[in-house]
Design a protein around this ligand. Sequence first.
Ligand code: AMP
Ligand code: GLY
Length: 432
Amino acid sequence: MRVLILGSGGREHALVDAILRDKGTLIYCAPGNAGISKQAECVNIKPDNITSLLRFANDNKIDLTIVGPEQPLAAGIVDAFENRGRKIFGPRRLAARLETSKAFAKEFMRRWKIPTAEFMTFTIKEVDKLRKYLETARYPLVLKADGLAAGKGVSIVQSREDSETELDKFFIKKVFGESGERIVVEEFMSGTEASVFAITDGKDYVVLPPAQDHKRVGDNDVGKNTGGMGAFAPTPFVSDSEMEKVKSEIIERVIEGTNAEGYPFRGCLYCGLMLTEEGPKVVEFNARFGDPETQAVLQLVDSSILGLLQTAADKKIGSYKLALNNAAAVCVIAASKGYPDHYEKGKEITGLEDNFPDTKVFHSGSTLKEGRTMTDGGRVLGITGIDKGGELKRASEAAYARIEQLHFDGMFYRHDIGKKAIDFEMKKGSNI
Ligand code: AMP
Ligand code: GLY
């Protein structure tokens, strides 16, 4: 089996690692990173260069292509591959709008009665109307850039004065470029967040154990939003009854709605959720695996990940048998000083060679230079601790012990990944 994975982050490294469990698999990764290059053959093609990727897939007789990041989905890579008879895992362009346009996603949810925050949308031409609305609105409120913004196009505003500064960012400074020319204004939801991946072939689906990301840059959820500073799975905060609601009120309605509207969603539907008092509500959809949740979630699956993605692409996911292993995993991101704003690259990473049994170090932004591993991004490594006995506390201890051995100039990480869940489990344990 010959597989091509698109992307260069920790999510893709975790996918490579999990897919290699199937013996006899040959993996190419475009473009990959230093860590991935130890497990797969890296090919120097950007994930949005559809023409070159198609040629590569044809020339190398690739059986299945797997799309990691969102940009190629937005550019229609799945349409291009499928139209030429090449098998690929991911949604076509119209279905990927659930991620690529927040306004589209919100309107879709309204049409299909999927629980989410109340909202209104405004374009750059309606700025006066928006200003008026913000004068009398109830705060806190959430402002979101319509288009892709690498998880950073969201502002939670506490007051009318704050909203003025934020509007400047969208419409005057244009920090989100075209993505911010349309704004979604949303009701603020309080609760605990969770991420649920549903792998679907457009008809049936398989749900993976729920995870939780940590989006803020600093300990105790302070500071700017990032692409994600760490994740753990499974999260004890999603109860069985909430999971049933996620399936029936969210995942199944997306499958039904996208089919009825003529663009069945196939691929990984990432449900970003807020567990509110009224039940789980959608914060956002993504049309792909989440990063860093994937690094944690895949450690919990025993059955073939390649089989999962292949049966989804083959529209036969109904025949897939998911087997879980009861493990718990905690992934801590080591980032470059300055992230999510400006940061430097090209610092040597050391300590990678050690072999710790209960951890995996997934590379997010790294590159090889004359045999040395150098930083090449804001998020650099995803140190993932795994406890086979299912204890988050042990998984977290393993991850933080491993991180002590790693070094690059300006490295920083959050110290509290999974902490709330661990405290919650300890309290539950002591009540028994
Ligand atoms: P998004 O890119 O839509 O996932 O938003 C990024 C982060 O902003 C989320 O993970 C939440 O922490 C927060 N957020 C977004 N929308 C809301 C909302 N309506 N209420 C509360 N928090 C939100
Ligand atoms: N972890 C958030 C994302 O992948 O968008």
